[in-house]
Design a protein. Structure first.
Length: 94
């Protein structure tokens, strides 16, 4: 089941531990890479695959992310700087 959701809903969920698949990438070696997100920085994901941990640059990829029973397809450029935006949201809520 695939859902189209607004970006803010994605931004409010933790992605570490989520299953991820690279549907498209400007780097052909990353296309169809699958695994679990183990670490996230502003611009990259570290993904645990069968062959080890791979670092994926967010802005050059389109991802399918599975959170619980939902699969979400999102362009990585919208996930870039996600942590900075989350930090700013946290400051406004206090």
């Amino acid at each position: 089941m695939i859902f189209v959701v607004r970006l803010p809903q994605i931004l409010l969920r933790p992605l570490i531990g989520a299953k991820i698949k690279v549907l498209y990438s400007r780097d052909p070696t990353l296309t169809n890479l699958e695994g679990e997100i183990v670490f996230e920085t502003r611009n990259t994901f570290d993904v645990l695959t069968k062959k080890g941990i791979k670092t994926i640059i967010k802005k050059i990829c389109i991802f399918e992310i599975q959170i619980k029973n939902h699969k979400i397809i999102v362009d990585g450029k919208y996930l870039e700087n996600r942590l900075r935006r989350l930090h700013k949201l946290g400051k406004k809520r206090r």
